[in-house]
Design a protein around this ligand. Structure first.
Ligand code: URA
Length: 234
C-alpha cells in the first residue's frame, strides 16, 4: 500500500504541492471515489486513477510507437536540435523515455520509445537478430548486383554486414531488411554500389509493421500484441 500523493508524484508531472491542491479541490478519484486526503493509501498494482476525469496511467513501463518525421534526432536531449522526445505528448513527459534504437535525422518511420531498458536492449541486441525493414529510394537504378551483394554481406570499414535482403520494388526503389543497426548502415551499404539514399522509411521492426493509421509525427501506446510482434524473429 502506498500513499496517493506518492503514487501520483511518480505517475504524473505534478509536484507534491500541486497534488495536494488537486486533492483538496476533489479533482482526484481513485476507483471511482473522490480522494479526500493526500495520505490515503492504496494498492498501487490495482488502482484506477482519474484527475479531473482524465485517466492516469500507472503502468510500470510505457511503450510508445512513433512514426518519426524528418528533422528529429534520435536522442533524449540536444541543445540545438529537435529530438524525437519533443514529439511525445505532455502526459508522458515526466517519464524517463528514450528511443530504442536510432533513425537518422532524415529517416522516417517506425520507432519504439520506452522507459524499459531491458526490453530495449532485447530488441536492439544484434544477437537477437530482430529484423528491421526499410523502404528505400536511391539516385540510380536498383540492380540485382546490389541484391546479391546485400545477400552475401557488404563489407564496410567497420566490418562485414550480416546478410541483408533487398527486394526491388521499382526502378529506383527497394525494400531492404537488415538485422543489425550500425551507424548509417543502409546508406553505407548502398554507398558501396555508388548509390546515394534519397529517402529512407522504416516500415517494420520484428513482425510489427508501422501501423497504417499512425501518421508522421503521431504517437500511440503499443498494445501487448504489438509488443509481442516487435520481439519476434523470422
Ligand atoms: N540505415 C541508415 O543508413 N539510416 C537509418 O536511419 C537507418 C538505417
Amino acid at each position: 500500500m502506498e500513499r496517493i500523493d506518492k503514487i501520483l508524484s511518480e505517475h504524473t508531472p505534478y509536484s507534491r504541492k500541486e497534488i495536494k491542491k488537486l486533492i483538496s479541490q476533489k479533482a482526484v478519484c481513485v476507483n471511482e471515489e473522490v480522494v479526500k486526503k493526500p495520505e490515503s493509501k492504496f494498492d498501487e498494482n490495482n488502482i484506477s486513477i482519474k484527475i479531473n476525469g482524465e485517466i492516469i496511467e500507472t503502468k510500470k513501463n510505457i511503450f510508445l510507437l512513433l512514426n518519426k518525421p524528418k528533422g528529429y534526432i534520435s536522442a533524449t536531449e540536444s541543445k540545438s536540435q529537435q529530438t524525437v522526445l519533443d514529439l511525445m505528448p505532455q502526459k508522458y513527459k515526466h517519464r524517463s523515455l528514450f528511443p530504442a534504437g536510432r533513425l537518422d535525422k532524415d529517416t522516417t518511420g517506425l520507432m519504439l520509445i520506452t522507459d524499459d531498458g531491458e526490453f530495449a536492449h532485447n530488441i536492439l541486441s544484434p544477437r537477437k537478430h530482430v529484423q528491421k525493414e526499410y523502404e528505400v529510394t536511391i539516385d540510380i537504378p536498383v540492380t540485382s548486383e546490389m541484391a546479391e551483394g546485400f545477400k552475401k554481406g557488404v563489407s564496410l570499414h567497420d566490418g562485414e554486414c550480416k546478410t541483408a535482403h533487398l527486394e526491388i520494388t521499382g526502378e529506383y526503389s527497394a525494400k531492404v531488411t537488415i538485422t543489425e543497426g550500425r551507424y548509417h548502415q543502409i546508406k553505407r551499404m548502398f554507398g558501396c554500389f555508388g548509390a546515394k539514399v534519397l529517402e529512407l522509411n522504416r516500415i517494420r521492426i520484428g513482425n510489427l509493421y508501422l501501423p497504417k493509421d499512425l501518421k508522421l509525427g503521431e504517437v500511440k501506446e503499443a498494445t501487448k500484441d504489438e509488443l509481442q510482434k516487435i520481439q519476434e524473429r523470422n
